[in-house]
Design a protein around this ligand. Structure first.
Ligand code: ATP
Length: 473
């Protein structure tokens, strides 16, 4: 093939590349074409050229964004790379639309080497994980629903914007957040997970943002909060809808201005931290009811990840069950090493209201009680739940889901006291236990979540990465 026939690599850059950026691209063999509002002749390259469109949101005026929109509509198969300033909402109208359509992101400021790497990956068609491969950090994610998650994680990891992770309880929201941390440039820095609903209500501000000595009775020394402990890394706010109003205001300031103020101080402290937030309640409803700040909701909701329920994940259920069983057998003496046909059929048909967490618990229990080498449906306690079986989205499923919601709400309102819950539901205590078992409600786990530390280490935090700075400074 002579040079004239070789496919060329071309970047259609919407915005103004610096001289350094242009030179680096040209040196690597890229053609740079400036895409602007006047771009009349399509992407303006030869038919066989490899083209990547670049949305430079550092300088996105309304006209440029319109031109990008037009190109996206005319060439829907074109891959897009977005260069994102820390505050895209303020800098470029319509930026959110562009972000959603982009294959990859880079946060400004970025390194030219990184830009070349990402462009090369996109051009080589490697920006998305290949079919059948695992999502790094999320075992058993082979289903179509999880491939969408994999693609989103790869897109979201390099860009320093908040991600709002939604999904049913136990669906793996925290697992996804950890996977994103592992894929991001912050992977060597701390990952701090905080269960917002489990923070002591009078100490939320101090736990999150720290306090100065003497800020309140008992504050005998200055103490940094979870956010400062995560400096340079990622903070995962689980059940973010449970944050009280004053903490919501402080979080908004952190997201908008990149600063926090310790309790008892007036001095803003600059902090580089990425925020991921999760909720299994409808935050939009919380906004409508005035329980959650609307401006904070929009800040957190720039990028969104909806974890599929386990029942939407097809064959992942069996794969995960075997994975959990293998892990259990590696740690405990265990006769069972696989699942019988009835167990596999039951697992495929079950609605899994408690999702992956419920699967893990049922497999571990089954591994203990199984008499033979194969785990049966009865060992998994799945035979007793005929109402929970049925086609996806069927009336049965809807009924089970409504029943579960009602029992869960009553348990919460009764402070997880079974007698009180039974009285309110007008059923016997035995029935409450039976319902919990049938609906996959793990009482012990729910009680732990509701306890002051949410069943986690004190103040609901866990770390990964190098040890954070000392708590008392
Ligand atoms: N893909 C997975 N592979 C292995 N374990 C998983 C996977 N997904 C979830 N789990 C396990 O399931 C349990 C629940 O996961 P996780 O805490 O991430 O869910 P969640 O959606 O954040 O739950 P909640 O809404 O209760 O906070 C954990 O024990 C986790 O380790």
């Amino acid at each position: 093939m002579n040079d004239r026939q070789m496919p060329r690599r071309c970047v259609v850059w919407f915005g103004s590349p610096t001289d350094g950026e242009c030179a680096a691209l040209v040196e690597e063999g890229w053609l740079v074409r400036i895409g602007d509002a006047q771009l009349q002749e399509g992407v303006g390259t030869r038919r066989d050229d490899i083209v990547v469109a670049l949305a430079d949101l550092r300088c996105g005026g309304a006209q440029t964004v319109q031109a990008m929109d037009r190109l996206m509509a005319d060439y829907p198969w074109l891959p897009w790379l977005a260069l994102v300033p820390r505050d895209p909402a303020a800098d470029a109208p319509g930026a959110e639309r562009i972000l959603r359509a982009s294959t990859a992101f880079l946060t400004v400021p970025f390194d030219c080497g990184c830009l070349l790497d990402v462009l090369a990956r996109i051009a080589d068609g490697q920006a998305q994980p290949a079919e059948g491969t695992d999502v790094p950090g999320i075992p058993g994610a082979h289903s179509a629903a999880m491939r969408v998650i994999a693609t989103s994680l790869c897109k979201y990891a390099p860009v320093d914007l908040p991600v709002l992770i939604t999904g049913e309880t136990g669906s793996g929201k925290e697992v996804a957040a950890r996977a994103l941390h592992g894929l991001s440039a912050r992977r060597e820095r701390p990952f701090v997970a905080i269960n917002c609903g489990a923070l002591p209500s009078n100490l939320v501000q101090s736990e999150l943002f720290g306090h100065e000595r003497g800020a309140f009775t008992g504050a005998i020394a200055r103490r940094i909060g979870h956010f400062e402990a995560a400096a340079g890394g990622i903070v995962f706010l689980d059940e973010v809808g449970d944050l009280p109003p004053d903490a919501q205001t402080s979080l908004l300031r952190l997201l908008q201005e990149g600063t926090l103020v310790r309790v008892g101080s007036t001095q803003p402290i600059r902090l580089d931290v990425r925020v991921l937030a999760a909720t299994h309640v409808d935050l939009e409803a919380a906004v409508a009811q005035g329980r959650f700040r609307e401006d904070l909701y929009y800040r957190l909701n720039v990028l969104r990840l909806r974890m599929p329920a386990l029942r939407e994940r097809g064959g992942d259920v069996e794969w995960l069950a075997q994975h959990f069983l293998d892990a259990f057998c590696a740690r405990h003496p265990c006769r069972a090493h696989a699942f019988g046909r009835d167990a596999r059929r039951a697992m495929r048909a079950f609605a899994w209201p408690g999702n992956v967490r419920e699967l893990l618990n049922r497999v571990q229990r089954a591994a203990v009680v199984a008499e033979g080498s194969l785990i049966g449906a009865a060992d998994l306690d799945l035979e007793v739940a005929p109402a929970a079986f049925g086609a996806h989205g069927s009336l049965d499923l809807t009924r089970v889901s409504a029943e579960r919601e009602a029992v869960l709400n009553c348990l919460r309102e009764s402070g997880y006291n079974i007698s009180e819950c039974a009285r309110r539901l007008d059923v016997s205590r035995v029935t409450v236990y039976r319902l919990c078992r049938k609906l996959g409600l793990e009482l012990e786990h729910l009680r732990k979540l509701a306890s002051p530390h949410g069943g986690r280490p004190a103040a609901g935090m866990q770390r990964r990465g190098p040890p954070a700075a000392a708590q008392n400074v």
